[in-house]
Design a protein around this ligand. Structure first.
Ligand SMILES: [Zn+2]
Length: 295
């Protein structure tokens, strides 16, 4: 407990460094579109109807244009000198997350309608703001940060998914976000605390649509995964994770399991099981990315 309280000031840390300012600018530039789209019923912005001369305004225009491929950004948590959680048997979270991300990317190889990129392809440290910016710059349709953390309760096990919320779903979610947000500090980046007002405006306006999409994807993803993989009790969670703060890209964080739990660590240490969870997650995301949630 003391560990988490030490980093309480990280909760809600604003976007301030140059990379984060770029993210802010992107978000603010998107405001006119977002505020307009928020006024429309979801059915309309999901399938826009454009009136044409000589045609009844209500007649939908058939859209025969081939869809551009969807882009899924996978973000293997931690890396380099930040090992993430270390399991009871010495498993490093950073290795598990990178391996699962690589296996997921490979699982999409036969899926031309979805492209996959990784924020890191090697064992390197990447600041949280840079991970967010990579997703924004690539104009990803969905950002998935992959983790396998630890919990004070060693009995806790199973998969869970987090989306961004200023208010955490419970105390553990809040502590986990504090711990994850601390990665930048652990990596030598000192993020000053200011710009709270700007961050709050961005959070409330520009990101609302993005967060709604992420929320829906989370529900579908958990429903699908629950059929084939052990879930944490109350697997749909939310907290203020810095890596989920993109105003433009719907973002989720998946805890594939807990390295503080013997069974989960044993599972995630086996290549066959990592292949299984990677294939299952890829399958669910492929289904969701091709659904009307993404237009
Ligand atoms: Zn982690």
């Amino acid at each position: 407990m003391a560990f988490f309280l030490d980093h309480e000031e990280e909760q809600g840390a604003p976007l301030v460094d140059p990379a984060r300012r770029r993210v802010l600018r992107l978000g603010l530039a998107a405001l006119p579109f977002l505020s307009a789209s928020l006024l429309l019923p979801s059915a309309l912005w999901a399938a826009p109807v454009i009136p044409q001369k000589g045609k009844a305004a209500s007649a939908p225009v058939p859209d025969n244009k081939p869809r551009p491929p969807r882009l899924l950004m996978l973000d293997p948590g931690h890396g380099g000198h930040d090992p993430g959680a270390i399991g009871l048997s010495g498993t490093y979270e950073k290795d598990i997350t990178l391996d699962i991300a690589r296996r997921m990317a490979a699982a999409f190889a036969g899926e031309p309608s979805i492209k996959v990129q990784l924020t890191r392809e090697r064992d390197v440290f990447l600041p949280l703001s840079e991970r967010v910016e990579i997703g924004c710059a690539a104009r990803a349709d969905l950002f998935l940060s992959i983790h396998a953390d630890s919990a004070p309760n060693h009995g806790a096990r199973g998969l869970s998914v987090y989306t961004l919320s200023e208010k955490a779903s419970d105390q553990f979610a809040s502590q986990l976000a504090d711990k994850e947000n601390h990665a930048d500090v652990a990596g030598g980046l000192n993020v000053p605390v200011d710009d709270k007002e700007v961050a709050a405006i961005l959070f409330d306006l520009a990101a609302r649509h993005t967060r709604n999409t992420a929320q829906r994807v989370k529900v579908g993803f958990i429903k699908g995964m629950g059929r084939r993989w052990e879930l944490l009790e109350q697997p749909m969670r939310s907290a203020n994770f810095a890596v989920l703060r993109s105003p433009e890209v719907p973002s989720m964080l998946v805890e594939t399991g807990f390295l503080s739990n013997k069974k989960d660590e044993a599972l995630l240490s086996k290549p066959l099981q990592r292949q299984k969870i990677a294939t299952l997650m890829a399958k669910e995301l492929a289904f969701l990315l091709k659904s009307p949630l993404f237009g």
